[in-house]
Design a protein around this ligand. Structure first.
Ligand code: 7TS
Length: 400
């Protein structure tokens, strides 16, 4: 399905057809996304917001139209709640730095979960160090399900924020974000959701989730690298200080003092990645044309087929068996190091990711060095699952 739109998939690797199962790291880009960016550079390029000439006005209008498109896509109340960043990592760092400066003080606490990507741990560690605050951790159980019963006891009058992933990039677990938000809000604590692994796989509605911040990257949802989104509730964004200083984010600059621009420009210092933002718009068009529900159903079919096939391989162990999962399967083949399994699969044309996937606490939880991870997207097929399974059967004697 849709493979014709992704020319990169039609190639041989070491004499085998490419089987691309590294979609949680980055998805491939449909032709229309690349063409949108080419067209921008070949016939529309201009810096935005400051020109009075035709090209600048057109570029500004296109860029701002994508902001409104993102607003509709994630159900935000206002388009000025959509901030363009370089990606999930920068979105989280923005909140950690700016919200941290304004609201985190000596003795305060921030709660993250044990299954977070390092991008949703380290910025909070840095903010806590700067402000004299403490990081608290919500654990998960053996299946990779968050221990929600442990959330309430973690929340107290010192808690300033809960930061949690919508979907785990290693375990595939879909976390019950709305329940987490309800619990945190009962204690007056805002919630940041790292949506990097959710946005391409399910419908996201930030108002239905009732979260305070939501972060994602374009490159994991069929869009370009180098651009992402921070959604923030107006109330917080209004009160938070700027993250970076520079052009675009100011109202008036005097040496005696500077006043800042209104939202969203307060948080978009400097020339943004205009072509990439337009590429993100085109990626959203692609997802809506395919249908977010269709994408989710297709991936769920692949998940259940692949899981049942992989379970039949002797000595193969799957990490992450939550009842609600996206199409991410982490596994180890016998006692083989994940890197060896990944290298052998690569020689058969199969691209998987190996290692700790920037989630070392997850590896520590299970006492393993890393996993092999296969992750699926709209263009993957049952034949590709079969190719993975038969490759694993073929290399098993070398590994176990
Ligand atoms: N949060 C989660 C849950 C992620 O999976 C990733 C990237 C990030 C944040 C960071 O996103 P970035 O676009 O800012 O880099 N995850 C992965 C992965 O699983 N393999 O490579 C990158």
């Amino acid at each position: 399905m849709y493979r014709d739109l992704f020319p990169i998939l039609d190639q041989q690797v070491y004499g085998h057809p490419l089987v691309y199962l590294d979609n949680a790291a980055t998805t491939q880009k449909p032709r229309q996304v690349v063409e949108t960016m080419n067209t921008y550079y070949l016939s529309q390029n201009s810096n935005i917001h400051r020109g009075t000439h035709y090209l600048a006005e057109q570029a500004t209008e296109r860029y701002e139209a994508v902001r409104r498109q993102v607003q509709r896509f994630i159900g935000a109340a206002h388009s000025h709640e959509i901030i363009f960043t370089r990606g999930t990592t920068e979105s989280i760092n923005l909140v950690a730095a700016s919200f941290g400066q304004r609201y985190l003080h000596e003795g305060d606490e921030v709660v993250v979960s044990e299954m977070e990507h390092h991008s949703n741990i380290v910025p909070w560690q840095l903010a806590c160090q700067r402000q004299g605050a403490t990081l608290r951790v919500l654990p998960f159980d053996e299946r990779g399900v968050l221990r929600l019963d442990r959330l309430e006891p973690l929340l107290n009058e010192h808690t300033r924020l809960v930061a949690v992933g919508h979907v785990s990039n290693t375990l595939g677990t879909v976390n019950p974000v709305r329940d987490i938000v309800d619990c945190a809000h009962r204690h007056g604590v805002p919630v940041l959701v790292d949506g990097a692994q959710a946005i391409a796989h399910m419908a996201v509605d930030v108002q239905a989730l009732d979260c305070d911040f939501y972060c994602f990257s374009a490159h994991k949802m069929y869009g370009p690298m180098g651009v992402g989104v921070l959604y923030g509730r107006e109330r917080w964004l209004e009160e938070m200080p700027p993250y970076q200083g520079g052009g675009e984010m100011i109202k008036e600059v005097r040496f005696e003092g500077t006043s800042f621009n209104e939202l969203p420009f307060k948080f978009e210092a400097g020339t943004p990645a205009v072509a990439e933002v337009l590429g993100l718009g085109s990626a959203i068009d692609f997802m809506l044309q395919a249908g977010v529900g269709t994408i989710a159903r297709h991936e769920q079919e692949l998940l259940s087929y692949a899981s049942s096939q992989l379970k039949q391989i002797d000595g193969l162990h799957i990490y992450g068996t939550a009842p609600d999962k996206t199409a991410v399967i982490s596994f180890l083949a016998g006692t083989a190091h994940p890197y060896d399994t990944g290298t052998l699969l690569d020689k058969l044309g199969i691209a998987v990711r190996t290692g700790h996937h920037c989630t070392q606490p997850v590896m520590d939880h299970y006492g393993i060095p890393g996993t092999v991870r296969a992750s699926f997207a709209i263009y993957n097929t049952r034949d590709e699952v079969d190719a993975l399974v038969s490759a694993l059967r073929r290399i098993a004697p070398m590994l176990m």
